[in-house]
Design a protein around this ligand. Structure first.
Ligand code: PEP
Ligand code: MG
Length: 582
């Protein structure tokens, strides 16, 4: 049994499909005649990229250990210039018409075999070099191609070092029934996608890719964060029983779909859903969400070579707006960057840092991309109840500039006589500490706030939200977080604008208790979390929650606050005899 961070609840039992750069994961497929040239170009580009990588590694290595040991890389580089390997690969792509990864792999295998059969030890080592370099080239080829997770033939549990959010977004949830990765934290976008797709998942499982093989039986316990490889029959039986219990609980909770989420003392609470794609609309209706509190539009932009057109975006937003009407849909403008690029090829370096040129900063520098999206949102607003929200606002000037873009987009639509909601509301996500600190000023110029705790925590504690090595410092229930949230809520109330929360804390029972106490009455979360949170809230008294929040604000450590909130929520759960699994 291995342990990791549980990020998406549920239990699955299935067969492993191991991804990563292992040779066994090399795909094999036939190509058409007209693809041959493209396939060869792909090959030469991958060789070039691998060369550049090796030169860079060599340079660093020389700095560290000196010229002598770094000579190994000369041998590796020579291999990439070995015309027999390259020519044979190109010839075989032409002859046999298979994909380049597969052809190159077979050519390499043959070469490695002939080297390892030679008595001479030096020559035998060349076989290892061939494998090493070959692996790099294949990795580069695969990275460009992305393994097609939307087209798997049988049900699998994916095990991988890392999964990019776009890979996760591609998954066909009828085929990928769960996954475990070595990288990632609870609020990484891959984890968020897993919850959205309702795929049980555990991340941050150390060295799991070294411990399983494709075809092994695996249990993913997305509640406890456990991963069990090749379980004994008694363990298997125990988990089968557990899985049945969870299914039963889900069925019971689904009966709450049409029930209101008000507290015991009658405070009206809104529970909206976070979505990443238009395909989730049905699921959020089934979970009884009060509209969409966060539509993460960037997933429309991932995993493709070109930016979606205004028309394509308009159709997606219009579809959602119409389905959810008359309830509100908050469409967040492009929030690219940070981990929503990790393990993708071709990421502009400055965007991959969570502190870099990303989200609204990127949009303000790309007027064409930004305005096309704004026009698409505005046009969709004619068909429903739509609001616009900007991510990562760090100060007033940014908010003002972004609003000016909306005005410009409106003018362009006016010029073409295209319709939109003239009173569309424009809100700001509060997820950067500087914005929280001037929330009173922002509240005067924004129509609403939505608190993005995933990033607010990341930036407050200076803890990368996807780095599992420092995940112990990522503390949602820390009094520092609640103090910031209190500032934001108080500022919004003072200015009389709505404030909601759309980070992962909104779907976490212990946090919800404190948030209610701070006066937050609008929550937006993965739709799977809604029934359980609704059930809890219906057993909470706002006065009691206020006392709890007040106490938390005065505690000195995250650990203490966490323990305190968990004990309080446990009491409510047992008093109300509620079953919870999240
Ligand atoms: C957040 O930061 O809390 C949030 C909801 O946005 P995202 O997770 O997409 O960054
Ligand atoms: Mg965010």
């Amino acid at each position: 049994m291995l342990n990791g961070i549980p990020v998406s609840p549920g239990i699955v039992i299935g067969k492993v499909l191991l991804l990563d750069s292992r040779m066994s994961a090399v795909p094999k497929y036939k190509i058409k005649k007209d693809r041959i040239v493209k396939e060869i170009i792909r090959f030469t580009k991958a060789i070039g990229k691998t060369k550049r990588e090796l030169i860079e590694i060599q340079r660093k290595f020389v700095d560290k250990v000196g010229e002598t040991h770094a000579a190994i890389f000369d041998a590796h580089l020579l291999m990439l210039e070995d015309s027999s390997l390259i020519e044979e690969t190109i010839e075989q792509i032409r002859d046999k018409q298979f994909n380049v990864e597969f052809v190159f792999f077979t050519v390499l295998e043959k070469a490695a075999k002939s080297f390892s059969a030679i008595e001479d030890e030096y020559m035998r080592e060349r076989a290892a070099d061939i494998n090493d370099v070959g692996r790099r080239v294949i990795k580069n080829l695969l990275a460009k191609k992305h393994i097609n997770l939307s087209n798997l033939r049988e049900k699998v549990v994916l095990v991988s070092h890392d999964l990019s959010p776009s890979e996760t977004a591609q998954m066909d949830k009828n085929k990928v029934i769960g996954f475990a990765t070595e990288m990632g934290g609870r609020t990484s976008h891959t984890a968020i996608m897993a919850r959205t797709l309702e795929i049980p998942a555990v991340v941050g499982v150390e060295n799991i890719t070294q411990k399983v093989f494709s075809g092994d039986t695996i249990i993913i316990d997305g509640v406890k964060g456990a991963v069990i490889i090749n379980p004994s029959s008694s363990v298997l039986e125990k988990y089968l029983k557990k899985r049945a219990e969870i299914k039963l609980l889900e069925r019971k909770l689904s009966r709450l779909r049409y029930v209101r989420a008000d507290t015991l003392d009658g405070q009206k609470i809104l529970l909206a859903a976070n979505i990443e794609s238009q395909d989730e609309v049905h699921s959020i209706i089934m979970h009884g969400a009060n509209g969409i509190g966060l539509y993460r539009t960037e997933f429309l932009y991932l995993d493709r070579n070109s930016i979606p057109s205004e028309e394509e975006q308009f159709n997606a937003y219009k579809f959602v707006a119409q389905k959810i009407n008359p309830q509100n849909v908050i469409i967040r403008t492009l929030d690219l960057g940070g981990d929503k690029f990790i393990s993708e090829l071709g990421t502009p370096k400055e965007m991959s840092s969570s502190l870099g040129l990303r989200a609204i900063r990127f949009c303000l520098k790309q007027p064409d991309i930004f305005k096309a999206q704004l026009r698409a949102i505005l046009r969709a607003s004619h068909y429903g109840n739509v609001s616009i929200m900007f991510p990562m606002i760090s100060g007033l000037s940014e908010l003002r500039e972004a609003k000016m873009f909306v005005e410009a987009a409106k003018k362009e639509l006016d010029g073409k006589n295209l319709l939109y909601d003239k009173n569309i509301k424009i809100g700001a996500m509060i997820e950067v500490p500087s914005a929280a600190l001037i929330a009173d000023m922002l509240a005067k110029e924004a129509d609403f706030f939505s608190i993005g705790t995933n990033d607010l925590i990341q930036y407050s504690f200076a803890v990368d939200r996807v780095d599992e090595k420092i995940s112990y410092l990522y503390r949602p229930n820390h009094p520092a977080v609640y103090r910031l949230i209190k500032m934001i809520v108080d500022a919004a109330n003072e200015a009389d604008i709505p404030v909601s929360i759309c980070g992962e804390m909104a779907g976490t029972p212990a946090s919800v208790l404190a948030l209610l106490g701070l006066g937050l009455f609008r929550f937006s979360m993965a739709s799977v979390r809604i029934p359980e949170i609704k059930k809890l809230i219906r057993h909470v008294n706002t006065n009691g929650a206020k006392k709890i929040a007040k106490h938390v604000l005065e505690l000195s450590t995250g650990k203490e606050a966490n323990r305190y909130l968990r004990s309080k929520i446990k009491k409510i759960i047992s008093r109300a005899e509620i079953e919870v699994y999240g």
